[in-house]
Write a protein that binds this ligand. Structure first.
Ligand SMILES: O=C[C@H](O)[C@H](O)[C@H](O)COP(=O)(O)O
Length: 279
């Protein structure tokens, strides 16, 4: 792996109150080997998130990520603020959802206009490749995330081990592209044309089903739509060139490939082991 360093951390070395104290307890003397602890996916997310919050210092401006992993970081930051371990934190939320969770947790908030330079951002990801490139936006927040995390001095990505892929798109799940609603099917046809020679490629407008059963387009916090791209074998082209081609399509607001943006990725696995991969 070029350009990244990997630091595995076993749970016993964490100098923080662990979310799973049973991982740290010395084994009682016994002839019977203790049953191995297997963390659920959500527990892995929490372990990674708590480790990332170790990097937060009082006085920092923080980019607050979106999703089921980032929410554990919000909980932890709020807890440390409540206990006075951290103070003078300003959070910049990457979505309306994160804004409302952080508000409920009493994390002081501001925005990118007031804080164009962010000390540290902590966020989850949908996929991480061996070069720390990411796919983000399956929750629909890619544009605000990319703006805020692009304005950050240090961007820590927190994931459970299921998010690690050999190449972006390799999970077979969506690589999102945010587009303006005007002429969306025209933009969809342009996106399809970009990949027309790609075997196993598909692109679809993201929809959601309303309470009355009606299917409507999914609308982002920015009032935009999302086209989800699917690659049977992952993205086999040069990612930088693909990024340029996507952004050249009029109607595309942003795509969910975060290339070269992460400074560190913290991965937790089902055994509670944490690996920190630095750029
Ligand atoms: O739009 C959503 C964001 O990019 C999330 O960071 C990403 O989808 C990962 O979410 P989760 O932690 O829920 O898997």
């Amino acid at each position: 792996m070029r350009g990244v360093s990997i630091i595995p951390i076993i749970p016993q070395t964490l100098d923080m109150p662990t979310p799973f104290p049973h991982l740290l307890s010395p084994s009682p003397p016994s002839a019977v080997a203790p049953a191995a602890v297997v963390l659920s996916q959500d527990e892995q997310k929490r372990v990674a998130a708590y480790r990332a919050v170790d990097f937060v210092q009082s006085g920092m401006v923080l980019g607050l990520g979106t999703g089921s992993t980032a929410v554990h970081a919000l909980d932890r930051i709020a807890d440390l603020l409540r206990r006075g371990v951290l103070h003078d934190i300003v959070g910049i939320p990457t979505s309306k959802q994160t804004e409302s969770i952080a508000r409920a947790l009493k994390i002081p908030l501001s925005d990118l206009d007031a804080h164009p330079v962010i000390d540290l951002s902590i966020d989850g990801a949908d996929e991480v490749d061996p070069f720390l490139n990411l796919v983000k936006g399956r929750g629909g927040s890619l544009l605000r995330e990319k703006m805020i995390e692009g304005a950050t001095k240090k961007f820590i990505v927190i994931v459970d081990e299921s998010k690690m892929v050999g190449r972006l798109g390799g999970s077979g799940l969506a690589v999102p592209v945010e587009i303006v609603p005007f002429g969306w099917s025209y933009t969809l046809s342009k996106l399809k044309a970009l990949f027309e020679l790609e075997r196993g490629f598909n692109a679809k407008l993201r929809t959601r089903v309303e309470e009355d059963g009606k299917e409507v387009p999914f609308v982002t916090d920015n009032g935009n739509y999302i086209i989800d791209l699917y690659f049977e074998n992952g993205i086999e082209r040069d990612l930088g060139m693909l990024s340029d081609s996507l952004l050249r399509i009029v109607g595309v607001a942003e795509h969910g490939m975060f290339l070269g943006m992460a400074t560190s990725v913290i991965v937790a696995n089902k055994d509670g082991e944490i690996t920190v991969i630095n750029k």
